[in-house]
Design a protein around this ligand. Structure first.
Ligand code: FAD
Length: 437
């Protein structure tokens, strides 16, 4: 593109990388700033038994068509595995199969009436094609109003409280609708099981592929360069980062909205007030490497308020332990609100809560099974979708001309996910290119 403006992309997660790649592909010079030493953001990688593994559990749904097209673009589609997964539910200290019609019949915590309510509530949400009509209500309010109290008490209530803590009552029905629609679209033909996707060798390969092309296309990728402030300057923006200040014509931020509000003082007061209402959960994500399996499930929902985590994701019940040097990989899922003292607790204090609770999952569990353990911490890991979220939803072009934003809080009505990070990264790049033409 002749006389192309210089673009700064803030954030080297999937959204930032995909947007940078697309802009570069159209001939627009890009400098990408990433806070950490490695790109990838929430798709960061650790190593287990010599094999790369996501720092935070990741899989795809069959509805993730943007990820599939991304994989095709980078010749990775052949390595997408679509595997059966087994889901369970922990309630009252017992494990149950969950997620298939047959398992529902045996799911005692719901009772007969509750089972009926669960099926009806799920069907009703699945059949709602117009999410806009669901916008006004909270998930819990809708359950109560429709007489699904038993299903709420036994299943949805505990799951929502585990994820959103005291904000559980605020979660919009559209969020739950999205979850149910995605899960159901991921059922296999028989309707009896679920197929989930994984990229052989880890989703880090997707990040590495787009990062490499960004560099090949001449992108200037600067890692360990947190951006501190973005201010309007002569004809564009002055971007101040660890190590200097440089001028750019356009800026695309892919960081969380609270971070963008800190970075961009030129955002008008009215916008700041509105976007301050967008809140998030942080995620604590312990990973255990065990010498034997913990449970028979890939995804175990923890529907018990007394447990210190809301899910047990046994990755090696999805992929083979042989892929990880024979180690059994177990993630714990623990979302906390930013002001929860747990967020600041040291690893030892957290393990003192987590490890005894693993005996509820498997009474024989013993700490001697642990070969290695670590805890991942992700800030702003899950936007909290409240009723009428569309009124808060930030547009790609912010009210400051030339300052763009494409982050997880903007993929509504879809929830977060790699698929939607790719989609919004592409959309943001296309919208920027359209203004340049
Ligand atoms: C626990 C957990 C489980 C998940 N499970 C799944 C799953 O099963 N399937 C799935 O598809 N998705 C899953 N996701 C979601 C998925 O990882 C995200 O939706 C996606 O990676 C978001 O990409 P992004 O680029 O929008 O944001 P991010 O990955 O958050 O990227 C933002 C980047 O900006 C950088 N940054 C922040 N501030 C600054 C600054 N001031 N200067 C420079 N850089 C900055 C960050 O370091 C980061 O690299 C999960 C996420 C979590 C936390």
């Amino acid at each position: 593109m002749a006389d192309s403006p210089r673009v700064a992309v803030i954030g080297g997660g999937l959204a930032g990388l995909v947007a940078a790649d697309r802009l570069l592909g159209a001939g627009v010079p890009v400098t990408l700033f990433e806070k950490y030493p490695e790109a990838g953001g929430l798709v960061g990688i650790v190593t287990v038994g010599g094999t790369p593994l996501e720092r935070y559990y990741h899989h795809l749904f069959t509805s993730d068509i943007d990820y599939v097209s991304f994989a095709k673009e980078f010749d990775l589609e052949k390595d997408l595995l679509w595997l059966k997964s087994r889901m369970g539910f922990l309630s009252g200290g017992r494990l149950y199969d969950f997620g298939t019609p047959a398992s529902l019949l045996r799911f005692k915590p719901l009772g007969l009436v509750g089972r009926l309510q669960f099926v009806l509530s799920t069907l009703k949400l699945r059949q709602s094609s117009d999410w806009k009509r669901l916008e006004g209500e909270t998930a819990m309010g809708w359950m109560r109003r429709n007489g699904y109290g038993r299903a709420l008490d036994a299943v949805w209530g505990p799951l929502l409280r585990q994820k959103y803590g005291r904000r559980a009552e605020d979660v919009g029905l559209v969020w739950l609708w999205g979850k149910i629609a995605l899960r159901t679209r991921s059922r296999d033909e028989t309707g009896l099981g679920e197929r989930l996707g994984y990229l052989k060798g880890s989703f880090g390969r997707g990040v590495a592929a787009v990062l490499q092309r960004v560099k090949e296309r001449g992108g200037d990728v600067r890692t360990s360069r947190p951006v501190r402030i973005v201010k309007r300057g002569a004809g564009g923006f002055d971007v101040t980062f660890a190590g200097g200040t440089e001028a750019f014509d356009l800026v695309l931020s892919t960081v969380a909205i609270p971070e963008l509000l800190r970075l961009a003082p030129d955002l008008p007061e009215e916008t700041r007030k509105k976007w301050s209402a967008i809140s998030y959960c942080h995620a604590l994500c312990p990973i255990l490497e065990l010498d034997r399996p913990l449970s028979p499930y890939y995804w175990l929902n923890v529907g018990d308020d007394a447990m210190p985590f809301g899910g047990v994701i046994e990755h090696t019940n999805f992929l083979s332990p042989a892929d990880y040097g024979g180690r059994h990989v177990v993630y714990l899922s623990n979302y906390v609100l930013p002001d929860d003292p747990k967020w600041k607790r040291r690893d030892e204090e957290l393990w003192a809560e987590y490890l005894p609770a693993l005996r509820v999952v498997n009474p024989s569990f013993d700490e001697s099974w642990i070969l290695a353990k670590q805890i991942g911490r992700a800030e702003y890991a899950q936007p909290i979708i409240v009723p009428h979220y569309s009124k808060l939803l930030p547009p790609l072009q912010t009210p400051v001309p030339g300052l763009w934003s494409a982050c997880m809080a903007q993929t509504y009505p879809e929830d977060r996910g790699q698929n939607y990070a790719i989609r919004i990264g592409r959309e943001a790049a296309d919208a920027i290119l359209a203004t340049l033409r």
